[in-house]
Design a protein. Structure first.
Ligand SMILES: Cc1cc2nc3c(=O)[nH]c(=O)nc-3n(C[C@H](O)[C@H](O)[C@H](O)COP(=O)(O)O)c2cc1C
Length: 245
């Protein structure tokens, strides 16, 4: 049976918080929608140190980032996954710095040419973004993370209308607490219910799309093997044992 590995990345420096709460809802929904076919894992930035790219370009020779910190651990988990969910807080109407540091270094390290072609790892990517205010950067951060997915040769997907247009978005009604969204949801607050519904449909669609992509890849293995761009994608097919077709 085809299975997929779904990595949820909480971009908040808080151990417990609103990014993690929504991410857990995404992963539970993915699990329920594709029971037995999806393996979920949660990575949190809490307590991790991932510094900025220092523009040394040694990655071009090393095939790895020359700066040694927690980047390599997350890069390896990212590489092994068939699907990625980013769940991040809005910071100053933008991506939190720690997450930007990761994607800058990931991009420079992995956007290498594979036999003349830019690598297309074909990971399915979903985004979840929340902040304490309404209309305060959520969609900008979603678009930035979707741009990152496209640039990385991945496939962004949304959840279902009308709650999810680009991914899942929420706000905490200007409450900076760690459990704001959970409390609002449990009290029946309308916008928190939209955020959770969006997160859950996102989890379902990401898991299903990742299964479809992987099954399609197995069916088209010969065609893809003749094209140098798909090495990272094919290595994930091969690491899962015998495939159909
Ligand atoms: C440095 C910083 C900048 C922030 N900037 C914004 C912002 O521009 N818009 C917004 O809605 N919330 C902003 N916030 C609030 C957080 O996004 C909000 O508290 C969020 O719920 C935190 O998520 P977490 O619980 O996962 O850490 C900011 C918080 C911090 C620490």
């Amino acid at each position: 049976m085809q299975t997929v590995k779904l990595l949820g990345i909480s971009g908040s420096p808080r151990k417990r918080g609103n990014s993690r709460y929504l991410l857990e809802r995404v992963l539970a929904a993915a699990d329920a929608a594709a029971a037995g076919r999806v393996e979920t894992d949660l990575y949190s930035f809490a307590g991790k140190k991932i510094g900025p790219c220092v523009s040394c370009f040694r990655c071009e020779d090393l095939g790895d980032c020359a700066t040694r910190d927690d980047f390599q651990e997350l890069r390896d988990a990212w590489l092994a996954a068939d699907a990625i969910i980013y769940s991040v807080p809005v910071y100053h109407m933008g991506i939190p710095g720690q997450v930007k540091c990761f994607i800058d270094r990931l991009g420079n390290t992995l956007c290498v040419e594979e036999e003349g072609d830019i690598s297309k790892p074909l990971k399915v990517v979903g985004v979840v973004v929340q902040g304490d205010c309404i209309f305060s950067g959520q969609e900008q951060v979603m678009v930035a993370l979707i741009n990152h997915a496209v640039l990385m040769g991945c496939i962004p997907v949304a959840g279902d209308p009308w709650q999810s247009y680009l991914g899942a978005a929420g706000w905490t009604r200007q409450d900076l607490g760690q459990d704001s969204l959970r409390d609002l949801y449990e009290s029946g607050e309308a916008d928190a219910k939209v955020a959770v519904a969006a997160a859950e449909s996102l989890g379902k669609r990401v898991a299903q799309t990742a299964l479809l992509i992987k099954a399609g890849g197995a069916a088209c293995r010969d065609m893809l093997a003749a094209d140098g761009a798909y090495g990272l994608f094919l290595s994930r097919l091969q690491s899962r044992g015998p495939q159909p077709g």
